[in-house]
Design a protein around this ligand. Structure first.
Ligand SMILES: [Zn+2]
Length: 237
């Protein structure tokens, strides 16, 4: 393992993989492969690096399997993008026209125009999706809040790394812009999930019961969100 900044590097089957060790765990070592392709180790403070390395080597097969999955999703996402639950093909053009990005639902394509800009197509796309997410999610939360009778103070559409959304006790709701990749009924569920936390600030039995009365199919939608949590690692700038 080599150290560079916050990260160590470990080589498994000829591939060097970044590895981040946090020393906060109380009594055991846990490993995770993040959607960005980083091995995240949580360990108690006293454990030697060699011991951690041995554990990583023992779980090599599992780690490489996870990484392969992450890379596959990344490669897929380079030419295609999920938008409101639908896969769009991406086309890059360089013509003089006013729109930087054109989303064409009937043809299932998104055209990115790189005429007279130094920005990469990926960055142009991310900016567009974030703007759309802000507009769409802000409008939806207002409607859903009124319809469900669940008020909130303020919403922010953000770039969280590990969660789809959160809700503070003071009526502040944060939504991950990447939820615009989800089908509309799933992003609506996410909004309702966070609004319902204004009544129950936890995931107690009472909370889920309450949520069930607002959204009968919530379990399926919650599973959908969990299953797609790898998308949280997408479009990092
Ligand atoms: Zn929750």
């Amino acid at each position: 393992m080599e150290r560079s900044g916050d990260f160590q590097t470990i080589t498994l089957n000829g591939t060097s993989i970044p590895c981040k060790i946090s020393r906060k765990s109380k009594n055991r070592i846990t490993l995770r492969v993040s959607p960005e392709g980083i091995i995240r180790v949580s360990s108690p403070p006293g454990i030697e690096l060699d011991t951690i390395r041995d554990i990583i080597f023992k779980r090599k097969k599992w780690i490489l399997g996870k990484l392969e999955l992450t890379n596959k999703h990344k490669a897929d996402s380079a030419e295609k993008v999920l938008y409101h639950g639908r896969t769009y093909s991406i086309e890059v053009s360089e013509t003089k026209q006013s729109k930087r990005v054109a989303i064409l639902p009937d043809r299932g394509i998104i055209i990115i125009n790189t005429y007279r800009t130094d920005e990469s197509p990926a960055l142009i796309l991310i900016k567009k999706l974030r703007r759309e997410a802000k507009r769409y999610l802000t409008e939806r939360i207002r409607k859903i809040s009124t319809a469900a009778g669940l008020p909130f103070q303020q919403v922010s559409v953000r770039d969280q790394k590990t969660r789809w959304g959160s809700s503070s006790g003071r009526g502040m709701i944060s939504l991950n812009w990447r939820s615009i990749m989800m089908p509309e009924d799933v992003s609506d569920y996410l909004i309702l999930h966070e609004l319902a936390h204004q009544i129950h600030h936890n995931h107690s039995k009472e909370y889920w019961q309450f949520l069930g009365t607002l959204c009968p199919g919530y379990k399926e939608k919650d599973r959908y969100l969990q299953k797609h949590s790898y998308l949280l690692g997408f479009y990092r700038t």
